[in-house]
Design a protein around this ligand. Structure first.
Ligand SMILES: [Zn+2]
Length: 207
């Protein structure tokens, strides 16, 4: 005879929900689907939320002060200028990173940009700028028109961040991610911003 005892039924539900919650420990923070492995969650995120802009924990990210924003803008500009030179050796793909960069500062810099995207499973943000339009936008974000070049003190040669030339458009790509170290029941979190860009150098006649 079929057992229809309500108590058994009740415990079956408890058991299955307990079992299920232990099995499915990787939940998509965007659509709340559960996955059994991180790999499956990452594949799901890549397929379904590739251009996601939503930051589910945005409420916990405090708006940075203008002093804090300009501190990180200044640091970034110093590091960009260090990558710029005047010889052929100073030309090509470059990368810089700021090893301790607060998450909320990154989010407030770029959250309104068209190319801003966030992966909750990786806790990773990206944003890129391209071509003349990208160059103009970055001048606005950094409040500085000269962030992307360095003038040789004696000649008309400039080293600069390349965003567009006669043939192509190039990207300046910003990424923020974090590294977590777990040791002695403590979690140590490091947030890092990195930037990939292309540099060039050339002689410019004074206008
Ligand atoms: Zn999802």
């Amino acid at each position: 005879m079929r057992n229809s005892c309500p108590t058994t039924h009740f415990f079956a539900i408890i058991f299955f929900s307990f079992y299920y919650s232990n099995m499915a420990s990787f939940r998509c923070k965007l659509c709340f689907k559960d996955f059994t492995t991180l790999q499956k969650l990452l594949t799901h995120e890549r397929n379904k939320h590739r251009h996601n802009k939503m930051v589910p924990h945005f409420y916990s990210l405090v708006q940075p002060s203008s002093e804090q924003m300009s501190y990180y803008i200044n640091s970034f500009i110093v590091l960009v200028k260090k990558r710029l030179g005047f010889s052929r050796h100073a030309v090509g793909k470059k990368r810089l990173s700021i090893e301790t960069f607060p998450e909320h500062v990154f989010v407030y810099f770029f959250k309104d940009e068209e190319t801003f995207k966030y992966s909750p499973a990786r806790h990773k943000y990206q944003c890129h700028f391209e071509g003349f339009a990208g160059a103009t936008r970055l001048k606005q974000i950094f409040f500085y028109d000269y962030w992307d070049f360095r003038q040789h003190p004696l000649t008309n040669t400039k080293g600069y961040v390349l965003l567009e030339d006669y043939e192509n458009k190039y990207q300046v790509k910003f990424t923020w991610n974090q590294t977590i170290l777990t040791e002695n029941n403590r979690e140590f979190v490091l947030g890092r911003m990195s930037c990939n860009f292309v540099t060039d150098s050339g002689e410019f006649q004074e206008k």
